[in-house]
Design a protein around this ligand. Structure first.
Ligand code: ZN
Length: 71
């Protein structure tokens, strides 16, 4: 499985805002440009809320596009 997100310790300090539980890294299915793919992201084990790393949230999806092209 490709892991494009470089997770920092800061990412793993996040708590779920709904459950107040620490996030755990696990597979999260995302959809981008009509394609779905799975990334290892910090997510809430209870409700499934997940954290998008800043480099993804700011639109730097070039690496993701590369993954999709490799399919
Ligand atoms: Zn939660």
């Amino acid at each position: 499985m490709a892991s494009i997100a470089r997770l920092s310790e800061d990412d793993l300090r996040w708590m779920c805002c709904r459950c107040s539980r620490p996030l755990e890294v696990g597979p999260v299915e995302l959809t981008y440009l009509g394609n779905s793919f799975t990334l290892e992201l910090p997510r809430c084990p209870d409700c499934g809320l997940y954290l998008i790393p800043e480099e993804l949230a700011t639109g730097r999806m070039a690496e993701v596009e590369q993954i999709l092209e490799d399919k």
